[in-house]
Unconditional design. Structure first.
Length: 162
């Protein structure tokens, strides 16, 4: 098997294990992830106006995304706890189609990447928006959660094709 593409999360017996990253060099690492939740015009307006009964949807979703990035290692079994130095969760409201776009940037100076932390931040922010708006609309659609960019580490820079 090509050593560059070997599955590193399995030991010699074929059982899952957390990869030893202790000997890897510390580098500055950053990841940007994105996603969106499709909503109705009514929900979009309530989010914009801050009139959803549960409160300020974007403020709560922002905090939820930040908390999720910090606790990613507790949610995804083979992820390492990381000393994150930056977490930013941002939103853009769009009318055509009606949606909330979510972007999460996560950074650290460490031995392993922060892609999973950024993806988890976007996912949990989207789930929080769903939770806070479900009384008004049940058929919201969370979609297109993806890694948009990463820097640092052995594999270098990655930029998703648009």
């Amino acid at each position: 098997m090509d050593t560059e593409h070997e599955l590193t999360h399995f030991n010699e017996q074929g059982r899952a294990h957390m990869v030893d990253v202790g000997m890897k060099p510390v580098t500055q690492r950053e990841a940007l992830a994105g996603g969106e939740i499709l909503v109705s015009p009514e929900v979009l307006q309530k989010i914009k106006d801050g009139t959803m009964k549960k409160g300020d949807v974007l403020a709560v979703a922002q905090v939820a995304g930040i908390m999720a990035a910090k606790r990613n290692w507790e949610l995804i079994p083979m992820c390492h706890p990381l000393p994150l130095t930056k977490i930013d969760v941002a939103f853009h409201l769009s009318k055509n189609p009606c949606r909330v776009e979510i972007l999460a940037t996560v950074a650290c100076s460490g031995v392993t990447g922060v892609e999973m932390e950024a993806l988890t931040a976007v996912s949990v922010a989207a789930l929080t928006i769903y939770d806070m708006c479900k009384a008004v609309q049940k058929d919201m659609c969370i979609q297109n959660i993806r890694l948009l960019k990463k820097t640092g580490g052995k594999s270098g820079e990655y930029i998703a094709e648009v």
